[in-house]
Design a binder for this molecule. Structure first.
Ligand code: NAG
Ligand code: ZN
Length: 508
């Protein structure tokens, strides 16, 4: 479509340094041509006498803003006096205050939602604060239209809490930074661009998606960008230039295009304590001390030897007789389990390495020589049930095995069959590099899948399996590596469709 893009500049906290900002804007416009508007997030006014004097020059008309400038209201008590009314108004020529919260649609059709100030910690909210109720009414206003697809731009002063999840890490204290209500607002409004300030930090998060892959129709992605303060001495970026075609005049296919580096939605995390799924039965037993989770080799070795793999693994979780170490706790099954390391049923002679959360074992009915299993020490049903530290260790085992197989001229195929299984077993099957290409292996899975009436679908990179297969959902998961260069490991993930047609799969 030949629509003209709107040329936009976004800016972090100005704090009264208007002349510095506009000088910078003018030099950019000289180089890159005119922009249509300048959007300012964070605190626009400053509290110093210098800042106040500078503002006087603009207010009196002595100095002029060279571009249509839109600003948010006060984020602190000290500058509330500049915004005597809650609704938007022109503060001086070319500088417009948007208002406490609302939506602004420009002549181009560009839709900009905005929220001034900070989330109130108490009620009634002071004038520089908003409440979650204020934001709910904004959401309602926008989303009552059933055709609502998102907004082009969202401006907030405060960061949305948790926006960094699944993304690149920001330079902020993630414990204290951000507002939950802004996060929920951003989740519901699905802005294509979301700008925020107040943290004195420049942060451009990887774009995130607003739909669940394979389960929902594609939606436009969101980009969150936080900007630093104008003229900050550390020279952090405070001005961001971009072109945007308003979504209302965009082709649907173009609008929902997903960039290569898109990540999972940071606001829709499936965390164990948040899902509606019933808690697994082991939680009540989680408080059991560790000693019983480990098989005891003392009986046949005469002395008390640590059942480690001899490489120092397993430190810290053995219940030393002197009691100096805190025992580690692992979830336990309610009944007998073949794979719980602590269980009497476990076949000890197959175990080859024990970590803190996972262990490695030889497969009993090996498909190929060196077919191994990575298993959690605790009783977890599937990868999507694992705590993050267990996943982390599992990844370490995976990468260690990849290099091991590589040294043998092999690459590995990893798969997990999560169907009526009690205890997660990640199967690691090595195949000679010379036998087949990654494409051959993929093809084999797809063909075999079709024969079993399983529809295997590749899921994109940066996808959290939990998003597609919430705990409790059966799935079959395959992961391949390129086999050529371990540094550029190619991850290809397949998932059976969740309609339940995919079973049974042949037992290995
Ligand atoms: C106000 O902004 C517009 C463009 O955004 C510009 O053309 C105009 O010259 C500005 N006004 C002044 C007084 O500079
Ligand atoms: Zn178990």
């Amino acid at each position: 479509m030949g629509e003209q893009p709107v040329r936009v500049l976004a800016c972090g906290d100005v704090e009264g340094r208007l002349t510095a900002l506009f000088n910078r804007v003018q030099s950019i416009q000289k180089k890159a041509g005119p922009f249509d508007l300048l959007l300012c997030v964070g605190e626009f006014f400053g509290t110093t006498p210098v800042a106040e004097a500078e503002w006087q020059q603009y207010q009196s008309g002595l100095k002029k803003a060279p571009i249509h400038t839109y600003v948010l209201g006060a984020a602190s008590q000290e500058v509330s006096k500049y915004f005597s009314i809650a609704s938007g108004c022109e503060l001086c020529e070319n500088i417009t205050y948007l208002g406490r919260q609302g939506v602004f649609t420009g002549v181009s059709g560009l839709q900009i939602a905005y929220v001034s100030g900070q989330e109130a910690s108490q009620e009634p909210a002071p004038s520089h604060c908003f409440t979650s109720k204020d934001l709910s009414s904004l959401v309602e206003l926008l989303t009552t239209n059933s055709k609502f697809k998102g907004v082009d731009i969202l401006l907030t002063s405060q960061w949305p809490k948790g926006v960094w999840h699944y993304g690149n890490p920001p330079e902020v204290d993630t414990k204290t930074c951000g507002s939950n209500s802004i996060a929920s607002l951003a989740d519901k409004l699905r802005p294509r661009y979301h700008f925020a300030g107040l943290e004195g930090v420049h942060y451009e998060r990887l774009p995130y998606r607003n739909h669940v892959v394979l389960l929902e129709n594609a939606q436009p992605v969101s980009r969150f960008i936080a900007l630093a303060n104008v003229n900050n001495p550390a020279k952090k970026k405070y001005l961001y230039a971009f072109n945007i075609i308003p979504m209302r005049s965009m082709d649907q296919a173009e609008l929902v295009k997903q960039p290569q580096d898109v990540t999972e939605n940071p606001y829709r995390r499936v965390t164990k304590d948040k899902t509606d799924a019933p808690e697994p039965s082991f939680t009540t037993e989680e408080e059991q001390p560790v000693s019983q989770f480990f098989f005891d080799l003392t009986s046949n070795q005469g002395n008390r030897k640590r059942p480690s793999d001899g490489r120092g693994r397993g430190r810290g979780h053995f219940n030393d007789r002197d009691g100096a170490k805190q025992p580690r706790r692992h979830p336990q099954p309610t009944g007998p389990c073949w794979f719980c390391l602590a269980s009497p049923q476990v076949e000890k002679h197959l175990v080859i390495s024990i970590g803190t959360h996972c262990y490695l074992a030889v497969a009993k009915g090996a498909l190929t020589p060196r077919h191994l299993l990575i298993l959690p020490i605790g009783h977890y049903q599937s990868v999507v049930d694992l705590a993050s530290e267990v996943v982390e260790e599992m990844e370490k085992y995976k990468s260690a095995l990849r290099s091991f197989y590589k040294s043998k001229g092999e690459r590995c195929i990893l798969f997990e069959r999560n169907y009526k299984s009690q205890h997660l077993q990640l199967q690691v099957v090595p195949v000679p590099l010379s036998c087949c290409t990654t494409e051959d292996i993929k093809e084999a899975f797809v063909v075999q899948g079709q024969e079993q009436k399983m529809e295997l679908m590749e899921i994109p990179e940066h996808t959290d399996l939990k998003q597609i297969a919430p705990p409790g959902t059966p799935y079959f998961y395959v992961e391949l590596d390129s086999g050529t260069n371990s540094s550029t490991t190619f991850r290809s993930i397949f998932l059976c469709n969740l309609a339940g047609r995919c079973w049974p799969v042949k037992q290995c």
